[in-house]
Design a protein around this ligand. Structure first.
Ligand SMILES: [Zn+2]
Length: 339
């Protein structure tokens, strides 16, 4: 089968298309023919060496496809079923798994990082990780797990966003950001979209953003305060990290929630602790997604209430180009590889 993989970590150039033997599912696994695989920043980081992977390695965490066969003892959807793969791998037995939080599993990992992923014609995954697509188009489904289900965990399961909220979304045009705008709007909130490039303003407005603010403007915090009549945003969606934390805290209204789900900048920041307790700010971490988060977004995608914006569809041989687009920060929405 064909697979896009890297034999050593490095820049996008290390991604090459190889012809390799078909994988065989072992105990508890399913073999899935990949129809579409989302490209994510986690892929770029793994390829660059930030996450340890066995070499040569096949990336790809967002996988939609069709069941080809089940390995010994595997229980899952039957051959021919179109499925989505839950990206978090968990042992199913630790205290967090037993509490329904596989994303906190002591032995957690991601499909496509801890194991070979979906930048290939075939992939083997735990049969228990498969969710039937139930009529959702595979290309739409492949855009859901890492972006929409993670956002659902952050904004709904953690921050309980509702119609009374004004949500500030950093990086609103990207994979996570464009999902956050849609999920917040679906929940009835007002959305302030922060974009680093004025050309992305029309894109986020079309997704439903009520206001667009240039995240590079010097008076960014004042603009957010002005939009919110001096109060600040009741929820801040921060996936940037060290570069935005201080502004995120400054943008929060009293009693506001900041939900943090990763970083694309440095890991450290200074926070004035007085604001956190005097204004009763809540800082909520969100990591990955549960099956419930995934089921929720799949159901909403089925009825068109959440609709991933597909920026580019590329063949496996263009995995390098897909990574270059992600790194250029030019992306608006989601990039898919179609094996
Ligand atoms: Zn566990």
């Amino acid at each position: 089968m064909k697979a896009a993989r890297y034999h050593s970590t490095g820049g996008p150039d290390v991604l090459v298309e190889d012809d390799i033997p078909e994988p065989k599912p072992v105990e508890g696994e399913a073999l899935v023919r990949v129809i579409a695989c989302g490209v994510n920043r986690i892929d770029v980081w793994a390829r660059g060496g930030r996450y340890k992977t066995t070499l040569p390695h096949i990336l790809g965490t967002d996988i939609a496809g069709e069941v080809v066969s089940l390995g010994p003892g595997a229980e899952g959807p039957e051959k021919g079923t179109k499925v989505l793969v839950r990206p978090i791998l968990s042992d199913g037995t630790c205290i967090y798994c037993r509490r329904g939080r596989p994303n906190l599993c002591v032995n957690r990992g991601f499909v496509g990082v801890a194991t070979d992923g979906g930048y290939a014609e075939l992939v083997r995954v735990p049969a228990a990780s498969l969710l039937p697509l139930d009529g959702v188009d595979a290309e739409v489904a492949a855009a859901l797990p890492v972006n929409f289900a993670t956002v659902w965990n952050a904004l709904v399961s953690k921050a309980s966003v509702g119609e009374q909220d004004t949500v500030l979304v950093w990086g609103a045009a990207g994979g996570l950001g464009h999902a956050a705008v849609q999920v917040a709007k679906h929940r009835g909130a007002k959305v302030i979209a922060a974009v680093g490039d004025a050309r992305k303003g029309d894109f986020v407005k079309a997704l439903g953003a009520d206001y667009v603010v240039d995240s590079r403007s010097r008076d960014f915090v004042e603009q957010v305060r002005s939009i919110t009549e001096g109060l600040g945003a009741s929820v801040v969606f921060d996936h940037v990290g060290g570069d935005t934390w201080t502004a995120s805290i400054d943008c929060l209204a009293r009693g506001g929630r900041m939900v943090v789900l990763g970083l694309t900048s440095g890991p450290k920041s200074e926070v004035d602790v007085r604001r956190v307790y005097q204004d009763e700010l809540e800082i909520l971490g969100a990591y990955g997604q549960t099956s419930e988060d995934l089921k929720a977004v799949l159901q909403l995608a089925k009825t068109g209430r959440l609709s991933p914006s597909i920026f580019r569809k590329l063949p496996l041989s263009s995995a390098k180009e897909a990574h270059e687009i992600i790194e250029s920060r030019e992306v608006q929405g989601k990039i898919l590889l179609l094996p």
